[in-house]
Design a protein around this ligand. Sequence first.
Ligand SMILES: Cc1cc2nc3c(=O)[nH]c(=O)nc-3n(C[C@H](O)[C@H](O)[C@H](O)COP(=O)(O)OP(=O)(O)OC[C@H]3O[C@@H](n4cnc5c(N)ncnc54)[C@H](O)[C@@H]3O)c2cc1C
Length: 407
Amino acid sequence: MADFSLDLNEDQLQIQKWVHDFAETVIRPAAHEWDEREETPWPIIEEAAKIGLYSWEFVASSFADPTGLQLALVSEELAWGDAGITLAILGTTLGVSGIVGSGTPEQITEWVPQCFGTPDDLHVAAFAVSEPDAGSDVSSLRTLAVYDEKTDEWVLNGTKTWITNGGIDKVPNVHVVVAAVEPQLKARGHASFIVPPHTKGLSMGQKFQKMGIRASHTAEVVLDDVRIPGSCLLGGKEKLDARLARAREGKSSRVQAAMSTFEASRPLVGAQALGIARAAYEYSLDYAKERKAFGRAIIENQGIAFKLADMKMEIDAARLLVHRACWMGRNGKEFTAGEGSMSKLKAGEVAVWATEQAIQILGGYGYVRDYPVERWHRDSKIYTIFEGTSEIQRLVIARAISGIHIP
Ligand SMILES: Cc1cc2nc3c(=O)[nH]c(=O)nc-3n(C[C@H](O)[C@H](O)[C@H](O)COP(=O)(O)OP(=O)(O)OC[C@H]3O[C@@H](n4cnc5c(N)ncnc54)[C@H](O)[C@@H]3O)c2cc1C
């Protein structure tokens, strides 16, 4: 009689294989091209939509997996193919997480399908929190949301930056925007809003050229007197008013608009990092067995073999943390030691480290663009920066284990 098991069930194994096949046959062969083009790979998102991988039904069924592991497995396999293309496919789920994290059941039903559209009419979504002067310090948002009682509308003004899928208008784009309603209350005065596709006043600012994940679109989003219906306030006005009243009285509130989304998504971001790390490990293991120097395969040197042993060990350790956090999140277990942060921190740092080891194992071939390893290293770095930098993850863990609000 053993309750504890690390076995994946039949459904999970099937889905893992299905996504792996897509990553192997569609994503990986296209990775170099879209990295060089630095554009959203629309044909690949279309392919993913055609097979049902890019769809709200698939995301809903993944969220429903009682073990919480399905989306992590999917994320790892996709990113094994290519992390930039993965973000082009999964970027929409960030917006979806914002809606699911703060929305009412009616809002979820209305808006989540609109984030994906259909294979013939693709839509995307974006989750816009970060600002030029508020990245890690989310409490300092300057984007303002003001309620216009006469028209029952919210009016949004401000500039968001570094937004995945931000401002894309080639296809309908659902922006989930976190804004300050009462800035003096800091994060407790924030709320999340849906800005429906093609709303007047929302435009794309600068599109960034990046070191890695270059198939994923990252841009500024400018909000200039953006008027949205009262119904676009996620969670509804009554709930917001009650929360603001509690905050004004200095009472604590568990829900902070951006934070509840990040808590849920961090382990999944960690799972993407795992995919990159595993790709680099597998590639360099094969290479080390083939490549000869001094008359023998380079893996026959302990200096190379031990690197590979450490890579495998670190990747497996990171995966255990990612799966634990996914399972805890899905099963309502409270993160008492920052387990969500731990998983993303470990997986992100392992990915940066493992891809660098892979470059070393490939030598000169690791450094040139004819081989994928340098791209994996460039792609990996973002995983110690977005969705909370490594320092911020350590802060979350340190606060959780100490009970002290370390600044
Ligand atoms: C490619 C890309 C995609 C992104 N996608 C999105 C998106 O879709 N939506 C979105 O809202 N945002 C997105 N971001 C923004 C991302 O989340 C932020 O860049 C990140 O949170 C860090 O904020 P910052 O860049 O302002 O750095 P800063 O907050 O200025 O931090 C700079 C450095 O200081 C350190 N630091 C800051 N405070 C502390 C502290 N208290 N203790 C110790 N160290 C500290 C940080 O760890 C970091 O090393 C994206 C960013 C990139 C690059």
